[in-house]
Write a protein that binds this ligand. Structure first.
Ligand code: GCB
Length: 598
């Protein structure tokens, strides 16, 4: 056991808490270690394309919409809905893959869950939603709790004193209509899965409780751990205990204005892909306690290198959508996450790009345990409305929520603010603001964005996108051999970087239907895809500022853009593995490249 000396532990509120306190997010950290009841399972639903349960025939909101859950009292009553005799859907889960008639559906579905609550005295209750796509209007026992926008981040409502012992009805109007001003916008290359796609919890915490915390290595140091704990309803000078037994850390720190901060000398084994060491961290307040598994590592860049724990690392990665293996639809279980991650391991990866939106907490935590470095991103994808202030706020909220939820995950090294956005003044400003926001919330991790293939002449591609000035690491999506150029031409592509920064080839790839064989110049064959990988790997070997790659993509995934019957069948076929879990030829080509790279 490493011997440590506690240098100091005192209250301070300075700028150097790495995940800055200015993050106003009120979310409960680490939902899984809370005392909670699951509201997963079957929910009653009503499919409501005209939003008839919300608006009347004059399109004004009804006073008594479906959220009041009205019931017939006498035979002459006219009530034209009844949750309890209508359809059901499983939560968590998207509706598209659960019910044939909802396969292409975009619009409103009302969800209702009835539950009892066994009153425990002196607790606070929160309803915590891991994710609902896209807009959720939430009602408890007829009262509106609030609205949440954004399909991939958690949110919660305080429902203390709003619960009854019997028959609480939680009703949610879920709407996945695409909107031009939304994040993502109307145009994407993935399926717009609607519904309560992740778990729902009823959480009970003491009135004075640990709301949030950030614990990691001090910036630029490997022998000092620091952080903060945010308390709810606490008093100044209350004591917080932080214990990391394996490191001999057992310290007390005092609360000031709801926050306790600390810094302590320690020499943890550094988390890395070969040895993803996590330490049990126990935080105890007067009435609450919480436990987490936290890893410690440093991440920085030096010219064109990414340094993990002070040493250059080549990120051998793969992009992953949150699409369930074997069944398609959204991932809903930990086992599905593990299946995807095991495939990435087999491929030889030490890095994954979780595209194109924040994946579930389970995915991030399982990946961390297995030693993957992670790129995590928000769905600022293609041509969003960059000059609309509300669109910006929406993007910033999703970014803050993503960082708030995952700030204690050592595995995450890159926050990405955008994917393939067209250059313009308003786009540059929008994304510059987002990169600044990342730095304000988290000053230790790196910020990136996936840029389009850069223009050039002949075989030259010059990276000069103005966004390059604001990110730490430049992502480039390039489809040489698929959307342009013959596969064999790719080996001759040259890349010139106007920024002295590392580049990740954040996408490269080609489509193939697993099991379809033919000549290497025949589209959709495994041979064609393999050929594209062959020459792109050659190209990548020649880029001296390349710090990693996350080719597109681990597994075939559903997309509304992929119409070619018999080949695509609503799937983007750029997976190295089919949706049924069978590897294609190119899987082994990339695997060989990764095995050869140090
Ligand atoms: C891209 C996008 C990705 C698409 C991919 C494709 O550049 O970033 O979301 O799925 O191309 O297959 O066209």
């Amino acid at each position: 056991q490493v011997c440590i000396v506690i240098l100091f532990c005192f209250l301070y509120l300075t700028n150097n808490a790495q995940v800055a306190l200015e993050n106003k997010n009120e979310l409960l950290q680490n939902i899984n270690s809370r005392n909670k009841e699951s509201l997963n399972g079957l929910w009653q639903i009503i499919i409501d394309p005209l939003e008839n349960g919300y608006y009347n025939h004059r399109w004004t909101p009804r006073e008594e919409g479906f959220f009041v859950n009205k019931k017939m009292k006498k035979p002459s009553d006219l009530i034209e809905y009844d949750f309890d005799s209508d359809y059901q859907l499983t939560v968590p889960g998207d509706w598209n893959s659960q019910m044939e008639k909802l396969y292409y559906y975009e619009g409103t579905v009302w969800y209702k869950k009835t539950f009892d609550y066994h009153d425990v005295e002196a607790v606070k209750n929160y309803l915590y939603f891991e994710a609902i796509n896209y807009e959720a209007n939430v009602y408890l026992n007829g009262e509106k709790l609030g609205t949440h926008i954004g399909g991939y981040t958690p949110f919660q409502f305080d429902v203390t004193n709003k619960l009854k012992n019997k028959d609480n009805h939680l009703i949610i109007k879920v709407d996945n209509k695409r909107k031009r001003e939304a994040i993502p916008t109307i145009n994407t290359d993935w399926w717009n899965y609607g519904g309560i796609t992740r778990s729902v919890h009823l959480v009970s915490v003491p009135p004075e409780h640990i709301q949030d915390y950030s614990i990691q290595l001090s910036k630029g140091e490997i022998n000092s751990i620091e952080g903060w704990v945010k308390l709810n309803n606490t008093h100044d000078d209350d004591t917080i205990k932080i214990k990391i037994t394996e490191l001999g850390i057992d310290i007390n720190t005092k609360v000031k204005k709801g926050i306790a901060t600390f810094k302590v000398n320690a020499k943890p084994l550094l988390w890395n892909p070969q040895k993803p060491k996590l330490y049990t961290v126990n935080i105890t307040s007067k009435h609450d306690k919480i436990s987490d598994q936290i890893g410690f590592r440093t991440i920085e860049t030096k010219e064109s290198k990414i340094l993990l724990n002070g040493k250059p690392i080549f990120l051998k990665g793969i992009s992953i959508h949150e699409e369930a293996p074997f069944n398609s639809g959204r991932v809903t279980t930990k086992e599905e996450c593990i299946t995807l991650l095991k495939w990435a391991k087999e491929l030889g990866c030490n890095f994954i790009r979780l595209a194109h939106y924040p994946h579930s907490e389970a995915m991030v935590r399982e990946a961390e345990k297995m030693g993957f470095l992670i790129w995590s991103e928000i769905p600022v994808y293609w041509t969003v409305l960059f000059d609309n202030p509300d669109t910006y706020l929406n993007a910033e909220n999703q970014l803050s929520d993503m960082i708030s939820r995952d700030k204690n995950r050592a595995a995450i090294i890159l926050w990405s603010v955008a994917n393939e956005t067209p250059e313009s003044d308003s786009r540059n400003l929008f994304l510059k603001k987002l990169t600044k926001k990342v730095k304000a919330l988290d000053e230790v991790r790196l910020v990136t964005a996936a840029l389009d293939t850069q223009k050039g002449n002949d075989n030259n591609h010059i990276i000069e996108d103005p966004l390059g000035a604001y990110v730490d690491v430049i992502g480039i999506n390039s489809y040489c051999g698929w959307y342009g150029g013959a596969p064999e031409s790719c080996a001759n592509w040259k890349w010139i970087n106007h920024y002295k920064k590392p580049m990740i080839m954040s996408e490269v790839g080609a489509g193939a239907l697993q099991g379809l064989h033919g000549e290497a110049n025949e589209r959709w064959t495994e041979e064609y895809q393999d050929e594209v990988y062959k020459y792109n790997i050659e190209m990548m070997r020649n880029i001296d500022f390349l710090a990693g790659a996350s080719p597109w993509i681990l597994m075939d995934f559903k997309s509304h853009r992929r119409h070619l019957r018999r080949i695509q069948n609503d799937f983007n076929r750029k997976g190295l593995i089919s949706e049924k879990g069978i590897p294609k030829k190119a899987f082994y080509r990339l695997q060989k490249f990764y095995l050869e790279e140090n």
